[in-house]
Design a protein. Structure first.
Length: 113
C-alpha cells in the first residue's frame, strides 16, 4: 500500500512500457500523457505534446533522460520537461511513482487543465 498524502492513481505496468520507448495513457484533463522508460529503468511522464508545434513526444526517440520530438527534432528533458538549448519551451511533467511493476500518477496533477 502506498503511504503518502498524495492520492496516486495506477495507470500502467512498467513491463508494458518498452525500454527506451513510451506508452500513452489517457484520462488527464490536459490530454494524453506519454510514459517513458529509460535504459536505466526509470519511468517519466510528460504531456504527449511537444512545446514547439504539438508533435507526439511518445513517438520520439529516447536517449538518456530525454526524448527527441519526431516532427522537428526538439529534444525535451524527461526530468524537467524543458527543451534543450538552443530551443526554448517546456512540456508539462507529471509526478510518477513506481511500486513493483505498477506505475502511478498523482491524481491532482491529472486534473490540471
Amino acid at each position: 500500500m502506498l503511504q503518502s498524502t498524495i492520492d496516486w492513481v495506477p495507470v500502467a505496468r512498467k513491463s508494458e512500457i518498452p525500454m527506451l520507448g513510451a506508452r500513452v495513457v489517457h484520462g488527464a484533463t490536459a490530454g494524453p500523457i506519454a510514459l517513458f522508460r529509460t535504459s536505466d529503468d526509470e519511468v517519466f511522464a510528460v504531456l504527449d505534446r511537444c512545446p514547439h508545434k504539438g508533435g507526439p513526444l511518445s513517438q520520439g526517440i529516447v536517449a538518456g533522460h530525454a526524448v527527441t520530438c519526431p516532427l522537428h527534432a526538439w529534444t525535451i528533458g524527461l526530468e524537467d520537461g524543458r527543451a534543450h538549448a538552443p530551443d526554448e519551451g517546456c512540456a508539462r511533467r507529471y509526478s510518477v511513482r513506481c511500486e513493483g511493476d505498477e506505475v502511478f500518477l498523482a491524481r491532482a496533477e491529472l486534473a490540471l487543465a
